[in-house]
Write a protein that binds this ligand. Structure first.
Ligand SMILES: CC(C)(COP(=O)(O)OP(=O)(O)OC[C@H]1O[C@@H](n2cnc3c(N)ncnc32)[C@H](O)[C@@H]1OP(=O)(O)O)[C@@H](O)C(=O)NCCC(=O)NCCS
Length: 157
C-alpha cells in the first residue's frame, strides 16, 4: 500500500543519498565520491520517489539509454525501512510507462539475486540460458586477449 503520497520526479540523487542507498542495498562497501558523481551525471534518466521534501528520498531508479534501441534499467533501490510496502512496484511501473512511451525497442535490466520474481510480476521475462547476461572478468580478459595492460591497446583513428 502506498503511503504519504510519494512524488516522482526526474531529480538525480545527491552523492550522499546514492551512497546511502547503495550501502543499504549492499551494492558497495566504500564510497568513491568521484566515481558516484560520474555515475550520477552520466545517467540518461533518473526517477526519484520522495516525500513532499525532495531530499527525503524513498526510492530511486535510473537508466542508461540511446532513446531508440536500448534502455537498461539500473539501481532500483527502495530505502531499507520502506521496503515491502509497494514502493518498488510503484516506482517500476512509472519507469516502465516512461520508457515504453519513448518507444524504445528493448527495455532490459540485470536483476540482483532473488529479484527475478519481482520483475516477472511487472512483465519482464528472463532470457534463455543461451542468452545469459555476461560480465567481463578482467583477469580472464587479459589472458584471453594476451595483454598485460589494457593501456597498450590503442584504437586507430
Ligand atoms: C527490489 C526492491 C526495489 C523492491 O522494492 P519494494 O518496495 O520492497 O517492492 P514492493 O513492496 O513493491 O514488492 C516487494 C515485495 O513486497 C511484497 N509486498 C508489497 N506490499 C506489501 C505489503 N503491504 N505487505 C506485505 N508484502 C508486501 C510484494 O508482494 C513483494 O514480494 P516479494 O518479496 O516476493 O518480491 C527492494 O527490495 C530493494 O531496494 N532491494 C535492494 C536493492 C535491489 O536489490 N534492487 C534490485 C536491483 S536490480
Amino acid at each position: 500500500m502506498i503511503m504519504n503520497r510519494p512524488i516522482i520526479t526526474n531529480i538525480a540523487p545527491s552523492v550522499a543519498t546514492l551512497a546511502q542507498l547503495y550501502f543499504e542495498a549492499d551494492f558497495i562497501r566504500e564510497v568513491d565520491e568521484g566515481r558516484l558523481g560520474r555515475a550520477i551525471e552520466n545517467t540518461s534518466r533518473w526517477w526519484c520517489l520522495h516525500t513532499e521534501e525532495p531530499s527525503d528520498v524513498i526510492a530511486i531508479g535510473r537508466c542508461i539509454t540511446d532513446w531508440a534501441r536500448y534502455a537498461c534499467v539500473y539501481d532500483v533501490i527502495v530505502r531499507e525501512r520502506d521496503r515491502r510496502k509497494g514502493f518498488g512496484t510503484y516506482l517500476m511501473r512509472q519507469i516502465i510507462v516512461d520508457l515504453v512511451n519513448h518507444d524504445i525497442d528493448t527495455i532490459h535490466l540485470w536483476p540482483s539475486k532473488g529479484k527475478v520474481a519481482f520483475y516477472e510480476r511487472l512483465g519482464f521475462i528472463a532470457l534463455s540460458q543461451e542468452q545469459p547476461v555476461m560480465k567481463l572478468n578482467r583477469d580472464l580478459a587479459t589472458k584471453a586477449m594476451q595483454v598485460d595492460d589494457f593501456s597498450v591497446i590503442e584504437l586507430s583513428r
